[in-house]
Design a protein around this ligand. Structure first.
Ligand code: MN
Length: 429
């Protein structure tokens, strides 16, 4: 397959996450304080407001160009997949056609010169639990005799998270305080968590919403998805273990959630679609409202996901981060379409800019576990860092870096960039 080249040279580097074929959307602030949306191209950003201003989007429906002039992506998301289907090819033409260069180039800005912000005003956030490997591993730690509950293979399990504490990559994460109770203690105590963890996840933004009372059939679910980002669902395992019954996660999860600044559209991910997770023969079929042939055939995404750790000591030694695991989104038991359809199946309305996340992405292999809880078996088997440090859970000064990318023979690699967060000490509690 011929690779289309961009006149933005850095976009043609085989190692970039942001070739012409990606063009993920994000929101950024210039050093002058001005906030607008853009797409990543190589080591640059194409400023969409400036691209509208120079007349380059005049051929598009005015609704689409107006939606590019905002300080969030919500308006563009609300226009649905058709708007992206019209906008991305136009942006690709502008960034590959040399005759456009003189007009378009002034709308480029170096990524290193701007501050990335949350891509959308996230009204609601839901976190699922879609990896059966994660669910089984966690279940066996918390309930050794009953790891996977009987509803798991029928219901895409999720809980309503907290939108107010979502933060963009690079934001420092303060160690939370909370109630914990050691197994041998008479009573709980209150203090900084001693088992702070990350969770490697992928989120997907709702594009066009649905009216309350109108569920989204699975055949239409993907038309309501704008695009994907990386998600780190920071978790305090000791707080979680004490508080989670009977109503599920609460303060163990809602103190912070970090997302990548760049949102990859389903269009960009199209070449990397794969069949949905293959259920073993003993597993029940999904109920009819969650079962569609097309979703089975191409509901998965071959997206590689990695977690890297850089400790305070590693920063002092100037050493590179170490990889803790490598997983793949295709290992999820439930597809994105099944999650979205299930969410609306009772008539619950989703809005443009709502974020739904996959839950921790873990695979079957020992090196594909998406959180420390699983890797260290709740601290029982500490992780060895090459410089001699060990970790049961995260310590103050640790930086967690998530990466995600798609690779396939004959197609340029596309990626998410990074989703970073550094742990700072608890406030006095
Ligand atoms: Mn989670």
């Amino acid at each position: 397959m011929a690779v289309t080249r961009s006149w933005v040279e850095s976009a043609n580097d085989s190692r970039t996450d942001f070739p012409l074929e990606n063009l993920p959307f994000g929101v950024f602030r210039r050093s002058c304080g001005f906030v607008t949306s853009g797409v990543a191209i190589g080591d640059q950003i194409l400023d969409l407001r400036a691209t509208v201003a120079n007349g380059s989007l005049d051929t598009l429906d005015p609704q689409i160009s107006r939606s590019c002039e905002n300080d969030s992506l919500n308006a563009l998301m609300a226009l649905g997949r058709e708007a992206v289907d019209a906008l991305r090819p136009r942006l690709m033409d502008l960034l590959s056609d040399r005759s456009s260069r003189a007009r378009v180039e002034p709308a480029l800005i170096q990524q290193s010169a701007v501050e990335m912000l949350l891509p959308a005003r996230i009204g609601d956030y839901t976190d699922f639990y879609a990896s059966i490997y994660h669910a089984t591993n966690v279940g066996s730690l918390f309930r050794p005799d009953n790891p996977l509950l009987p509803n798991y293979k029928y219901v895409p399990i999720g809980y309503h998270g907290r939108a107010s504490s979502m933060a963009v990559s690079g934001t420092e994460i303060q160690r939370p305080c909370g109630q914990t109770k050691a197994a041998d203690a008479e009573e709980p105590s209150f203090g900084p968590t001693r088992s702070l963890d990350y969770e490697l996840e992928v989120g997907f933004f709702v594009g066009r919403g649905n009216a309350q009372g109108r569920s989204v059939p699975i055949s239409e679910a993907e038309s309501h998805i704008f695009g994907l980002c990386l998600v780190n669902d920071w978790s305090a395992r000791d707080i979680q273990a004490w508080e989670y019954q009977p109503l599920g996660p609460f303060l163990a999860k809602n103190f912070a959630t970090t997302i990548s600044p760049w949102v990859l559209t389903l269009d960009a991910l199209e070449p990397f679609r794969v069949p949905a997770f293959k259920r073993v023969t003993d597993d029940p079929n999904p109920l009819p409202y969650l079962n569609a042939e097309e979703d089975r055939a191409r509901g998965g995404i071959d997206l590689k996901l990695e977690v890297w750790l850089k400790t305070k000591q590693m920063r002092a030694e100037n050493s590179a981060p170490v990889r803790l695991s490598q997983g793949n989104l295709r290992d999820l038991y439930w597809t994105l379409a099944q999650m979205l359809t299930h969410h609306t199946s009772n008539g619950c309305n989703l809005h443009p800019g709502d974020l739904l996340a996959s839950g921790t992405v873990s695979g079957a292999a020992r090196d594909s576990l998406g959180c420390l809880l699983e890797i260290t078996r709740r601290g029982a088997e500490p992780l060895q860092v090459p410089n001699g440090e060990t970790r049961k859970f995260l310590e103050d000064g640790d930086e967690v870096i998530l990466r995600g990318y798609c690779e396939r023979e004959g197609h340029p690699r596309i990626g998410f960039g990074e989703c970073r967060g550094i742990v700072r000490p608890a406030q006095s509690c």
